[in-house]
Design a protein around this ligand. Structure first.
Ligand SMILES: C[S@@+](CC[C@H](N)C(=O)[O-])C[C@H]1O[C@@H](n2cnc3c(N)ncnc32)[C@H](O)[C@@H]1O
Length: 221
């Protein structure tokens, strides 16, 4: 497997961290070990099931970043072919192992900023929990644009909502550094610029989370 080109990928500390094997392994178990994470994981799987049912069955679904394959089984139920992709090779290996006996994903070591796929190569791209790790606002927009380029129909992307209660409280308390956010208006405008409309926004939890799912649907070819 060839490594993704570094030149196109902004240097994000978080991304480099997950490329280490022990960091990948710790991500893999944290959703099972921590009780709050377990609850949020279950909620996220229910929400993803709901959104994917709404977007219909797909021929080819690209999950980037797939991480350790936490959400892969849900996606595999909604597509003929699941492509699992991530910047961190150890993560991909974990994702591949998870699906080895059932849905057998195709895997790829890629950067979400420079996907090695043609325009409209798949009919859905899903990108969960990457956008809020991207420190630069211009790069966050670039991330969404690249997902839209590769999909011919749907894009499901999560972002941390600037106007969520969670974000407002965090900023008001001023104890932690501000999160890397987007707003619904910004995502809507960006989608429009690249030929997509918004099919829906869903918040993981209205009070306790800023993570928001945006389902984009292609309106122009
Ligand atoms: C928080 S995890 C989310 C994984 C998965 N979507 C989930 O929800 O379990 C973020 C993942 O993004 C990957 N990642 C970081 N930078 C990336 C980039 N430039 N391109 C693709 N994946 C990247 C990391 O390796 C990590 O697996």
């Amino acid at each position: 497997m060839t490594e993704p080109p570094k030149s196109q990928t902004p240097r994000i500390r978080y991304s480099e961290k997950r490329r280490q094997a022990h960091q990948a392994a710790s991500y893999d178990v944290k959703y099972e070990k921590e009780i709050v994470k377990r609850a949020s994981d279950a909620r996220e799987k229910r929400l993803l099931t709901h959104i994917l049912a709404r977007s219909g069955r797909h021929q080819r679904l690209l999950d980037v970043p797939c991480g350790a394959g936490r959400l892969s089984a849900v996606m595999a139920d909604n597509t003929e072919r699941l492509i699992e992709a991530d910047y961190a090779y150890p993560m991909i290996e974990l994702a591949r192992e998870k699906g080895a006996e059932s849905y057998q994903p195709a895997v790829a070591n890629v950067s979400a900023f420079d996907l090695p796929f043609g325009d409209g190569a798949v009919d859905m791209v899903v990108s969960i929990r990457l956008n809020h790790h991207i420190p630069d606002a211009v790069d966050r927009r670039r991330h969404v644009r690249e997902l839209c380029r590769v999909s011919s129909r749907h894009v499901l992307v999560t972002f941390f909502d600037a106007h969520s209660m969670k974000n407002k409280i965090r900023n008001w308390r001023g104890k932690k550094r501000p999160k890397s956010t987007m707003s619904r208006a910004e995502v809507t405008q960006l989608a429009g610029e690249v030929g997509y409309g918004i099919a829906g926004f869903w918040r993981l939890s209205p009070l306790f989370s800023g993570h928001t799912f945006a389902l984009l649907e292609r309106t122009a070819s």
